[in-house]
Design a protein around this ligand. Sequence first.
Ligand code: DON
Length: 318
Amino acid sequence: RGDLDALMGKMKSAAAPFRETLQKLHRDHAPINSGAVASYIPELAGASPDWFAISVVTADGLRFDVGDSDRLFSIQSISKPFVFGLALEDHGREHVLSKVGVEPTGEAFNSIVLDEATNRPLNPMVNTGAIATADLIKGKDQAERFKRLMEMFRRYIGREAYVENATFLSERATGHRNRAIAHLMMNFGMIEDRVDETLELYFQQCSVLVDCHDLAVMGATLANGGVNPITGERALKAEYVKDLLSIMLSCGIYDFAGEWAYRIGLPAKSGVGGGIVAVIPGVAGIGVFSPPLDEKGNSVRGVRVCKELSERFGLHVF
Ligand code: DON
C-alpha cells in the first residue's frame, strides 16, 4: 500500500517524467515483431501489426497516452468482466454464481468445457461463461437488453458506445463454435430459450469500439471503486468491484492467467483485438493496444509492457 501511495504521488508530482517513462516503454517495445494478428474472425485480420498504444489513467483522473491511443478497435473479450458486472447488478451474486462459476480453466478461451457436476461454465472470462453471462442481461426485449449493455459501456468509457457492424456481422457469420456452446448450455437448461438473441448480444458486446485510452479509463473506473474518474459517474455498484477484480486476476488472461497472476500480479483482461486492460487497485488503470497476439491469444507487446510496468513500479498486488 505504501508503495502504491508513493506511485500515485510520483504520477502526480512527476507527471512529465512518468510520461517519458511510458514513451520510452513504447519506443523500446515498438520493434518487437513476434506474434500474429488474429485472423479467425475476418474483420480482425485487417489490423496493422504496427499499431501500438499505451495509456494510463489514474483513479483521480490524470491521463497519460502514448502512441496510437485514439485508434479504435473492437473490445472483444475485454467486455466480459464488465458484462459480468452488469449481470451481478441485475441478479445479485448468488443467482449469477448458480449460472457461472469462478474457477480458472487452464484451457483456451473458446474451450467447450462445463463443470460436470453442475453443468455451469467454469468462469465468465471464457466464451462458455461469457455467453451464459450475456444471457443474464435483463430487458423486456432484445433492443432493451442491447441498449442496457451500451449504456453500461457508456458509463465506463464516458462517451456513447458503438458496435462496429462489420465486426459484429463477421463474428456472427463465423461464430459456429460459440453457437454450439450456446446450444449445449441451453440443452442443460443453463441459459434461456432465446439462444440466437443471446448470441447476438454476445457478438455485439465483443464488437464494441474502444481505443486504448478508453481501456485505461475502464481500468481506472475499477481502480476507483466503480466511479469513472473523468466523468464522476458511477459505472458499477461499489460492492461488485471486487468480484470483477478477483475474477480478472484469476481468469482474465485465459490459459496464461496463472503465470500472469504470479509474475505481473494485476487484475487484467485481454482481447483478441489486441487490447489489454490492467487495474492497479486504488491507483490507476492501464490500457495497452497492439494487435499481434501470442499463441494464447494475448497481445505480445501488451503482456511485455504490463510486465515491465509491474516490475519497474512494484505493482504486483502482493
Ligand atoms: O468469441 C469469440 O470468438 C471472440 N469474439 C472472443 C473474443 C476474445 O477476445 C477472446 N480472446 N482473447
